[in-house]
Design a protein around this ligand. Structure first.
Ligand SMILES: Cc1cc2nc3c(=O)[nH]c(=O)nc-3n(C[C@H](O)[C@H](O)[C@H](O)COP(=O)(O)OP(=O)(O)OC[C@H]3O[C@@H](n4cnc5c(N)ncnc54)[C@H](O)[C@@H]3O)c2cc1C
Length: 419
């Protein structure tokens, strides 16, 4: 039998009894209908137990590839095994693009949108915003398609794997565009705290990297779109753009996408990492908290005050912004958002002890933890105005709890009366 195996970072061994790898949607429907407990897994890049189950784990990597581009409707339909990198290459070859991508192209589209994955950009919502239709095998094995605008659609995309097994999604696409990347190192803390709004609006997508300690803040990574008619600034907060490529999270520069202001297509610039290299570090853990953007500066001050406690366990932190959206469990639901990300050393015990400290600091700033990364909070209902609607949807679509797991029991599900 195929081994169930580990997640990407190998900080978690899945506890499922079997790994199912259906070759067709019909085969998958039969497996779901026959299984008392099952979860889908994507490319395994989540750091927590969100994808785990004590029943069957199902991977859709072996489903026939679907790539249906509708140029006039500006949509593309893909199967659930498709990774962003493959999709981006195929779209670029046809003159189309995605509005945004995460830091890496290795992740599946379906697994990413299920956890509210995002990139950066004041005007770019999380990636789930691009989803127009989602097709799901429900607990009884039937197929249902949720279409944008219909009731329940806003609950069906950022779904935590709790509604069923997604087989296909249809996404909005835009005409292909060019980007350049420029990195400015050694920017000052005062500059970042005083000019946060100007900084994050300085390009199509902006990432700020810091280690929270030290005299200077760190570096800013700007992705400038040719379509905006803008050029990248020669200097940012008095610092010139670097004339060499850098790596991230202690990884080599070759693993990162091309910087130094060279214009090129969006697919090779929107992610920080290249498809054929290990993204980020590999031996790591990650956490991220998403806050209303008006709390950005206050959150930075509080995290900086914890710098000495964070520093021994941190490779790097990344600060990104995103536009508000309307998906019930999206990190940006109903609010312009700022995300504080932590790439940790694989110091599991120390990081586990530190997370409640960070969460206490950020708690009154309405910090939503990233669904696919490590966090300790369990009481999340107050953070999402439509939380109960999602719970009700999950209960309606999965009354027997086929897709329940410990992660959902801890974070989402209502306690059931013991019968
Ligand atoms: C190096 C690295 C960089 C990252 N960068 C970013 C970033 O820039 N921005 C960001 O927001 N996040 C980032 N992440 C987090 C990552 O985007 C999420 O963990 C994402 O969910 C990973 O997608 P996946 O396909 O690996 O999903 P998995 O981890 O395999 O699964 C995630 C969830 O999706 C569900 N799922 C998967 N497939 C299906 C399906 N077919 N049907 C139903 N449910 C399904 C699973 O059950 C689970 O609940 C990063 C992670 C790593 C390791």
């Amino acid at each position: 039998m195929t081994e169930v195996g580990f997640n990407w970072a190998r900080n978690l061994q899945y506890s499922a009894g079997r790994l199912l790898q259906p070759r067709s949607v019909e085969e998958l429907q039969g497996e779901v209908a026959a299984s008392p407990r099952l979860r889908a897994v994507g490319s395994r890049h989540s750091f927590n137990t969100i994808a785990d189950t004590d029943g069957d784990l199902v991977s859709l990597a072996g489903l026939p590839r679907v790539f249906e581009l509708d140029e006039s409707a500006r949509t593309v339909t893909i199967d659930a095994g498709t990774r962003y990198g493959e999709l981006a290459e195929a779209l670029q070859a046809r003159g189309f693009a995605l509005q945004n991508m995460a830091s890496l192209p290795h992740i599946t589209v379906v697994g990413s949108v299920a956890t509210g994955t995002h990139g950066s950009g004041d005007r770019n919502p999380p990636l789930s915003h691009a989803v127009r239709e989602v097709e799901i095998v429900l607990a009884d094995g039937s197929l249902r398609t949720f279409v944008r605008g219909e009731e329940d659609f806003a609950g069906a995309v950022v779904n935590l794997g709790a509604l069923g097994v997604v087989t296909r999604v249809t996404l909005d696409v835009v005409p292909s565009f060019e980007l350049r990347q420029d990195v400015y190192d050694g920017i000052s803390w005062d500059g970042v705290l005083e000019s946060f709004e100007q900084l994050t609006s300085a390009a199509y997508s902006v990432s700020l990297f810091t280690r929270w300690t030290g005299e200077t803040f760190g570096h800013a990574w700007l992705k400038t779109a040719r379509a905006d008619g803008a050029e990248a600034p020669a200097e940012l907060l008095g610092r010139p753009a670097l004339d060499y490529n850098i790596g991230l999270a202690e990884g080599p520069a070759e693993a990162a996408t091309e910087q130094t202001g060279v214009w090129g297509s969006w697919d090779a610039r929107l992610p920080h990492f290249r498809m054929n290299f290990t993204p980020s570090n590999g031996t790591e853990l990650q956490s991220e908290y998403l806050l209303p953007r008006e709390h950005a500066v206050e959150a930075m001050r509080r995290l900086r005050a914890l710098g000495d406690r964070i520093q021994p366990h941190l490779m790097v932190s990344e600060i990104r912004t995103m536009a508000a959206d309307d998906q019930w469990l999206s990190p940006a639901y109903g609010r312009q958002t700022v995300g504080f990300h932590f790439t940790w050393r694989q110091h599991t015990e120390e990081v586990t002890a530190l997370l409640p400290v960070l969460e206490e600091q950020l708690g009154d700033l309405q910090a939503r933890p990233h669904w696919g990364k490590l966090f300790s909070a369990t009481n999340l209902a107050a953070l999402y105005p439509r939380f109960d609607d999602f719970r009700s949807l999950a209960e309606r679509l999965d009354p027997e709890g086929v897709f329940h797991n410990d992660f959902l029991r801890r974070t989402l599900l209502r306690e059931r009366p013991v019968s």
